[in-house]
Design a protein around this ligand. Structure first.
Ligand code: TMP
Length: 199
């Protein structure tokens, strides 16, 4: 097979199924003979772990969140994603830059989309961004944790804002939007079709 590298990002609000569909997509593409590297943000690096701890802490200023997510991503892109793409892998990132743009700018009026783009300007854009779209109440009901264990962004009125911004960014930037409030296999088939058309 004449493999070419491709950088795919799966995005969506909490509970939209980005992790499930990233795994399923990896399995599907491997079954077709492609070399696939699956990765995720926040990453498993020291910075990624710090960011993940801060997801439980409502007292972290939004700009600190934005800068740390950008730092985690900078390292992630340069030390991992870029290398895998150069080796000819299809890279699937379960969340990437668009998560910072929509979540961090929804956190505070002081944080603009332009500033988030600026602090992330040293990483490349994915070739394909797919937004998994679902209503926040439905998405949060899918979560296995108890409500008191939710991370700070797992709140339906906050996620309403995030969802709205994902959709307007998708219209503006030409991202794919897939309704993820459906049977998993149907949603995955739609994702696979988007990728196969591109390969
Ligand atoms: P997840 O691992 O369940 O997807 O959770 C990660 C959380 O972090 C989710 O609420 C989205 C949020 N997030 C941001 O706010 N900005 C980012 O740049 C990334 C990658 C995630």
């Amino acid at each position: 097979m004449n493999q070419k590298s491709l950088f795919i990002a799966l995005e969506g609000i909490d509970g939209s199924g980005t992790s499930t569909h990233s795994h399923l997509l990896k399995g599907f593409l491997e079954s077709k003979g492609f070399k696939v590297h699956l990765t995720t943000e926040p990453t498993k690096s020291d910075i990624g772990n710090l960011v993940r701890n801060y997801l439980k802490d409502k007292n972290i200023p939004p700009a600190t969140d934005a800068l740390l997510f950008a730092t985690d991503r900078n390292l992630h892109y340069h030390n991992e994603i870029k290398k895998k793409l150069e080796e000819g892998y299809i890279v699937i990132s379960d969340r990437y830059l668009e998560s910072s743009i929509v979540y961090q700018s929804s956190q505070s009026d002081e944080i603009t989309v332009e500033w988030v783009i600026e602090i992330n300007k040293f990483v490349a854009q994915p070739d394909i961004t797919i937004i998994l779209d679902i209503e926040p109440k439905t998405a949060l009901a899918r979560k296995e944790e108890k409500e008191e264990d939710f991370e700070k962004f797992e709140d339906d009125s906050f996620l309403d804002k995030v969802r709205e911004l994902y959709i307007s960014r998708a219209n503006q930037e030409g991202y794919f939007v897939v309704n993820s409030d459906d049977i998993i296999e149907f949603v995955q088939e739609k994702i696979q079709k988007i990728i196969l058309d591109k390969l």
